[in-house]
Design a protein around this ligand. Structure first.
Ligand code: ARG
Length: 467
């Protein structure tokens, strides 16, 4: 990254005596995090203002110095936001960049800001604040995705489609029921987001380097000012762990895995062979050579982002697994994984919400497919149990013979004549045809959480009351 100001001090010069010369270029390159941690500028400034205010309140610095510091930090905030701030790689990270600029702006009072804190608790604070805010954005995004599914489910509570196991036609279900499966998955993802927010709702600032400080600080005051439930309880743990980042990445990986399965279904459903859905032009692309093509690129990219996000989780787990307590510089490698995953996840959820809202459901195609593949065979077996008193295993066998006969005749189960069915099992009556249609099949599955349209409507109402 460009070092706009050649007169900028290096971080070694900033902490003085022990270091005679500036860092070697390669050292500077491997050490610097400003290229990515500048993303934390707002959290860093917010944390510093809370810290300085507390220091003044406790009589550790003067009110006058505090005013200068707060004013200077607010100036820096607007400089960064207007794009006029010059970031310097020689100053390593966001913390040193801001502190150095503060010194230029307000002089010696800037040097008092770092009393009773270290970059170790500072970075733990900044990053935690950032992750917490990102989780709040994720919660909103998931709520929008769930809302999109609830609308489609309501619209299609009666639309029959084949339900699959092993991607082979299993039993008819409704498209509304299938949509609600995703509502359950994304609903659990959203609970994971909420739990993660609760877990990280403790303020790190004041843990200092690792051991706390002898200055009479008030960590409850800074925790409150920064919107945390309270301060963390162990200063060593505070600067050592990054489980809040790992929790973010775990949640992101699980959510992305759900998104990826949905993406895969969208890819399959939008093929001409399935033809269950038509994607809107907004979420598909054409081919540069084949004029007939409409490709589900957005779904494919959502599927691919999952690989990236899973990779980030494994990367950070691996960074952390061998570190002795407390802080090690290895931990600087936490941020890019989280930033990259956050960006990928946000994009993937937004793209999926758009696709779900916009896609055309081809109910006729779904219905035709729902009836093929002897999807109501279980209904025939259940009828034999209920109406003819057969044990299920025998009913299964009789039904298997009916399927074989239909296959031989090249027709569906419902197209067999009563005489055909009676040739297999004499006690079958005309009434059996009531259960062999796909509509009758789905309507009969009224068990709690089952696919019957009225059951699905109940579940939609349950979620509507909570979304
Ligand atoms: N840039 C560092 C990081 O992200 C800040 C903390 C540096 N602390 C230290 N003791 N060197 O981890």
């Amino acid at each position: 990254m460009a070092d706009g100001n050649s007169e900028t001090k290096s971080s070694n010069q900033m902490w003085g005596g022990r270091f005679a010369s500036g860092p070697d270029a390669i050292m500077e390159e491997i050490n610097a995090s400003i290229g990515f941690d500048k993303k934390l500028y707002a959290q860093d400034i917010r944390g510093s203002i809370a810290h300085a205010t507390m220091l003044a309140h406790q009589g550790i610095i003067s009110a006058d110095d505090k005013d200068k510091i707060v004013h200077g930090l607010n100036t820096i905030l607007s400089e960064i936001e207007s794009g006029s701030f010059e970031f310097s790689r020689r100053l390593e990270d966001i913390h040193m960049n801001i502190e150095a600029r503060l010194a230029t702006l307000i002089g010696p009072a800037a040097g008092r800001l770092h009393t009773a804190r270290s970059r170790n608790d500072q970075v733990a604070l900044d990053f935690r604040l950032w992750v917490k805010e990102e989780l709040q954005r994720t919660e909103k995004a998931l709520t929008a995705l769930i809302a999109a599914f609830l609308d489609r489910a309501e619209e299609h509570a009666d639309t029959v489609m084949p339900g699959f196991t092993h991607l082979q036609t299993a039993q008819p279900v409704t498209f509304g029921h299938h949509c609600m499966a995703y509502v359950e998955m994304f609903g659990r993802d959203r609970s994971r987001v909420r739990h993660a927010i609760e877990h990280m709702d403790e303020s790190p600032i004041g843990a200092a380097a690792l051991a706390g400080t002898g200055f009479p600080i008030d960590r409850h005051m800074t925790a409150k000012a920064l919107g945390f439930g309270g301060p963390t309880r162990n200063s060593i743990d505070t600067v050592s762990d990054r489980d809040f980042a790992l929790e973010f990445l775990s949640m992101a990986s699980i959510t992305a895995t759900h998104l990826s399965r949905l993406a895969e279904e969208i890819v399959i459903w939008s093929t001409p062979q399935f033809g269950f859905i038509r994607l809107s032009d907004a979420f598909s692309t054409g081919s540069s050579i084949m004029p007939q093509k409409k490709n589900p690129d957005a779904a494919e990219l959502v599927r691919a982002k999952t690989g990236r996000i899973n990779g980030s989780l494994i990367a950070l787990l691996t960074v952390m697994k061998g570190l002795p307590l407390a802080y090690s510089k290895d931990m600087q490698e936490d941020k890019e994984q989280v930033f990259d995953s956050a960006e990928s996840l946000e994009l993937a959820i937004a793209a999926m919400t758009g696709m779900v809202r916009d896609m055309t459901i081809r109910s006729d195609r779904m219905k035709a497919a729902a009836g093929s593949g002897y999807s109501t065979a279980t209904d025939l077996a259940d009828w034999l149990v209920r109406e003819a008193g057969l044990p299920f295993r025998d009913a299964h066998h009789v039904t298997g013979r009916a399927v074989a006969l239909a296959e031989q005749k090249g027709c569906d189960l419902a197209d067999l004549s009563l005489a055909d069915l009676q040739s297999i099992y004499a006690d079958i009556t005309e009434k059996v045809f009531d259960v062999l249609t796909v509509e009758a099949s789905v309507a009969s599955r009224t068990s709690f959480g089952g696919t019957a349209p009225n059951e699905v409507r109940k579940q939609i109402a349950w979620w509507r009351a909570r979304n």
